[in-house]
Design a protein around this ligand. Structure first.
Ligand SMILES: Cc1cc2nc3c(=O)[nH]c(=O)nc-3n(C[C@H](O)[C@H](O)[C@H](O)COP(=O)(O)OP(=O)(O)OC[C@H]3O[C@@H](n4cnc5c(N)ncnc54)[C@H](O)[C@@H]3O)c2cc1C
Length: 126
């Protein structure tokens, strides 16, 4: 159920790309970033305030999001992100999406059809 009524309006379809660890994209690039390194950095940077189990779980499963997007046809390359982070070059984890936004919408539309999903516009009164 989607208020905007179409896939093109969804914010996540338009982003630059996800951060993830242990993905096929990173393995192909030969980067050496580990879940532990990212976990330690995130938790120290945030003074251990967030839910550590949740952060760890997110990092351990982050590759699945990239794998799912690869499966529906997204293309990525590992790139240094525009913000200052320690995760660059050999320790890179940012996945720049190379697929243009129009094509992303087409890929999502095809994936919806393939997996039997339909998008329902949320009635205005909600
Ligand atoms: C300009 C910009 C660039 C970004 N770049 C990146 C990036 O490169 N990498 C990254 O990881 N993150 C990026 N982000 C952050 C990322 O887009 C969000 O964290 C992510 O999209 C959040 O996903 P979500 O599903 O929670 O929300 P959204 O993607 O915002 O989806 C929420 C959806 O709910 C719908 N909705 C709202 N109210 C209702 C309602 N009452 N009923 C039904 N539907 C409703 C909205 O229309 C929307 O489509 C960026 C964000 C912005 C704004």
């Amino acid at each position: 159920m989607e208020k905007a009524g179409n896939l093109a309006a969804v914010n996540g379809v338009k982003v630059s790309g996800p951060f993830a660890v242990n993905t096929p994209v990173l393995r192909e690039r030969g980067t050496t970033l580990t879940v532990n390194e990212v976990f330690q950095h995130v938790m120290n940077y945030t003074h251990w305030e967030p839910n550590s189990a949740l952060i760890r779980n997110y990092l351990e499963h982050s590759s699945e999001a990239v794998e799912n997007l690869l499966e529906i046809g997204y293309q990525f390359k590992e790139a240094n992100f525009r913000f200052k982070t320690p995760f660059v070059d050999e320790k890179g984890g940012f996945h720049l999406i190379l697929t243009d936004v129009d094509k992303r919408v087409r890929l999502w539309t095809e994936a919806y059809e393939k997996y039997g999903c339909s998008l329902i516009r949320q009635p205005k009164k909600f």
